[in-house]
Design a protein around this ligand. Sequence first.
Ligand code: BG6
Length: 477
Amino acid sequence: IPVEPFDLVIFGGTGDLARRKILPGLFRRFCAGQMPPDAAITGAARSDMSEDEYRDFVRDAIHEFGGEQNHDEDKLSAFLECLHYVPIDARGENGWRELAGLMRKGMVHAFYFSVAPGLFGDLAERLNQHGLTDEDSRIVVEKPFGRDLASAKELNRDLAAYFDEGQIYRIDHYLGKETVQNLMAVRFGNMLFEPLWNSQYVDHIQITVAETVGVGGRGEYYDKSGAMRDMVQNHLMQLLCLIAMEPPSKFDPDAVRDEKLKVIRALDDVEPHHIVRGQYDAGDEGPSFREEVGDPRTRTESYIAMKVGVSNWRWAGTPFYLRTGKRLKARCSEIVVVFKALNHSIFGEQEDHRNVLSIRLQPNEGMTLGVTIKEPGPGGMRLIDVPLDMSFAEALGKDGSDQTDAYERLIMDVIRGNQTLFMRGDEVEAAWAWTDPIIDGWDTRGDVPKIYDSGSEGPVDAVQLLARDTRVWRKVA
Ligand code: BG6
């Protein structure tokens, strides 16, 4: 179903995110018939480029990152017709009048701030000054949304000076992933799981986002943020919220976000000995973390594992173990819910059998439920665990698996005016309020991350973190 016609302005229109994600994503929505041909996209950036040069830039980006449709030259030419470019000075007067001239009446107006957060306030002010916005305009901002509570509050204040919360779309691209949205469908669309989804039946939960890539060319940014700011404060936090939250009364933006906020506010402070930080060593895949960020003494972490408690009626006593890192053995994002052992076995002494639900977010999206059955054969009532296994690609066919990139889905939601999958200002602030003391603690104590082998499952201390609780991590595979 096509969305209504729109004028979308991408500030930072020549940047990396625009090139890799935003523009190829919009092209795919155009090919799918969701972006109407009378929609217009304007790239705005500092570079002095002509409209034709910008169209060439976008053509190249789509050839490189457009996916399957990137060779449909007719569609690509039609898409490029929708594009404009305006050289603009975020802090000065250049370009604003030209931009205003491109905005059409009666359209949805959306402004994507794909720029450093330091410019959010300037852009908001200029848009307002030049009369480019009205009460229906939307602005889209990217992470990092601040680097601590104070800076996030400042950004929220800068935006709130010109826009209502209902106009601000803060992207966490994990929420645009099909499999992440599926977490809500699994929990709240089935009778089966929710009655057991609490500390009475769940022993613990593991959330893993493992990557094989290193920090590569992003060393400068990454060294200032580390895995905690780059991944935990946002992506893993969102996953934790979706797993832990109470059922919202309806699938409505504020109902969903209210429940997520309550989870963040119920998170316990994390004890220093419940955290393991690491840095990857040099390996076949490339230089060490320290070399890549260009600082032999850096104390930034490229890996983190932690034990987190959620102090509320549903979850008190059930730990959540989170881990994420770069240059690990495999790319694997997964949520594992380990249920408790039975109180009593009628089959006498048997080894420990438990139901384990694993939800695979990427790659090989799917779900597996470990079920205990009788081991076939004449050997008596011996129990074994077998998987009830579902791969989304197999169950739903190629079209049912995740073909749509998170960004294109989220941009279409911006045009539709649906904020369910975007972070609210108070949610982001609550997440920083929890994160800040943890990071401050490392700084005060001079905490030094452990070195781990590139291509491994992370520092050995992370194994200990669970072993102390007589638990084990799922293999990263
Ligand atoms: C980004 C982080 O937000 O998410 C990156 O800044 C990380 O460091 C990326 O690699 C992971 O996203 P995905 O979609 O590849 O899992």
